[in-house]
Design a protein around this ligand. Sequence first.
Ligand code: 13P
Length: 343
Amino acid sequence: MRTVAAHDLEQTAKALVAPGKGILAADESTGTIKKRFDSIGVESTEENRRAYRDLLFTTEGAEEFISGVILYDETLRQSSADGTPFPELLSSKEIVPGIKVDLGAKPLAHAPGETITEGLDGLRERLPEYYELGARFTKWRAVIAIGAGLPSEYCVWTNAHALARFGALSQEAGLVPIIEPEVLMDGDHTIERSFDVTSRVLHGVFTELRDQRVHFEQMLLKPNMVLSGYDASEQADAAEVATQTLRCFYRHVPAAVPGVVFLSGGQSDEDATAHLNEMNASAPHPWELSFSYGRALQAPALKAWGGAEENVEAAQRAFYARARLNGLARSGSYSPDMEKVAA
Ligand code: 13P
């Protein structure tokens, strides 16, 4: 077994939350990227997936705001148009390559409407190859839904247990785990309910992480923000989202964790940036507060691209603009009027 010094893992975790920067989540599974491509009328072939990721990764200057990229297994093995393997291309720009290692959320037995994330069997054997291919961090996503009587404690704790097993195995293999317990914001629940469920989930996750000896200094947390349900008639504003999210995290996330990298989870790209900005406006906090956005970083680029080679530059401009605004939100320096200039 390779031994990677604890120091290296801590350095990687810190580099991923360096000031002014955050993570691009480009680890859509083959099923998910098909959905994204369907929305712009592009066929999801291996070459189209490669070309789209190539466009993102070769965007000039994106490394000013992007510290790391989460890849999917297929993408980790693909190359840029000039033949440079993607992990090598990213590393050459001092962007840390990472890999999604879970195998997706599957129905949880005896728990209608709830899921458990799979992928622990054989994980220890898969990790060294990812390291050899250039990955320096990993991600595992657990999914928790809010509904009538949901989530059950059973769902919260089985997912927390799996996240911790993933975390310990990753650290053992010299990879920084990104622990992602996502409470979905679909539904008409209030922000108070979101606060309550997110608190229960973080309590379960940090209890399991501690019990399974995961080193907090060598991991990142990728959570949802505390929001009103997307269908709720009353929507909390950015100030309230920041207050409730911070209150929840101060109670549950140890200060030894170097960074919290939020998922966007279906918020509009502008909301995701504004919410992060609002939280950083009241810095300092015990941890860096950053982003690990998929949709909120990619939506304008995907639309501008539309699958056409002649739109690559426009798509790269759109990606750069979004990355820059989120980079500004890392220090509370973003304001919504910057959107017009960016457009
Ligand atoms: P979104 O920001 O689109 O929620 O994606 C982040 C992610 O990696 C989900 O696993």
